[in-house]
Design a protein around this ligand. Structure first.
Ligand SMILES: C[S@@+](CC[C@H](N)C(=O)[O-])C[C@H]1O[C@@H](n2cnc3c(N)ncnc32)[C@H](O)[C@@H]1O
Length: 212
């Protein structure tokens, strides 16, 4: 028995693949998960909330699944926006391998898996979706979010699912203070779905309240 965290860069726990189907109103996917990767053996409830309640995605452009794990979010984004390029980013090498294999198993060809360092600096995202790694700690997660939110297009948006008892409300306030006005899109099963946009775009056209 190991205490390996799901955000290890190179998990060492023995492999124990588990494959299951995820049914969604707009289709289903087959997902293989493994030890050392987030949510081994089942779809995470927060991820399900994001997939069920996430807003329509841009039909094309560059989209990002930040912290892709085995790829449930990235593959769903890719199926919903087949003309887009979905970047599936993770620090965990086993997760990246699973995500790539899962994309292939689901006959999805527009997912590109890579580490955070491997994405071209010039890519700007029309949408970022994430079930973010809260357990890496607040300073690391805040730094990660600021890094990627700065790469949103002016008309782009980030949608994140966060458990209420893991600080979704304070994250919403913090994001707004950082220059990404953030609203709660919905709340379900103890999770909140947050939508953040760049402040300039919000003040120009979106009518989102800029006060935290
Ligand atoms: C809560 S899990 C979500 C996994 C997957 N998206 C899902 O919904 O099942 C968060 C993921 O973020 C990854 N992660 C941790 N730190 C990261 C970082 N600095 N950059 C990118 N991904 C990171 C973890 O390895 C983990 O796979």
């Amino acid at each position: 028995m190991t205490n390996e965290q799901y955000f290890e860069h190179k998990p060492t726990s023995p492999s124990e693949p588990v494959t299951f189907r995820v049914s969604l109103p707009d289709g289903s996917l087959q997902l293989t998960t493994d030890r050392g990767v987030f949510s081994h053996g089942a779809l995470d409830l927060g991820t399900r909330v994001l997939l069920l309640k996430g807003p329509p995605l841009p039909p094309r452009g560059d989209l990002l699944d930040l912290g892709c794990g085995a790829g449930a979010i990235a593959i769903t984004m890719a199926k919903r926006s087949p003309e887009a390029t979905v970047w599936a980013v993770d620090v965990n090498a086993r997760a990246l391998r699973l995500c790539r294999d899962n994309a292939r198993a689901n006959k999805v060809t527009n997912v590109r898996t890579c580490t955070p360092e491997e994405i071209d600096q010039d890519v700007r995202f029309a949408a970022i979706w994430s079930n973010p790694p809260i357990h890496i700690g607040k300073p690391a997660m805040h730094a990660m979010l600021l890094h990627w939110l700065a790469r949103l297009r002016a008309d782009g948006e980030a949608v994140m699912v966060v458990q209420r008892h893991l600080g979704s409300d304070s994250l919403q306030t913090w994001l707004t203070i950082q220059g990404y006005p953030t609203e709660r899109l919905s709340s379900a099963k103890g999770y909140r779905l947050l939508r953040s946009v760049p402040r300039l775009a919000a003040s120009q056209s979106r009518g989102i309240d800029l006060d935290p």
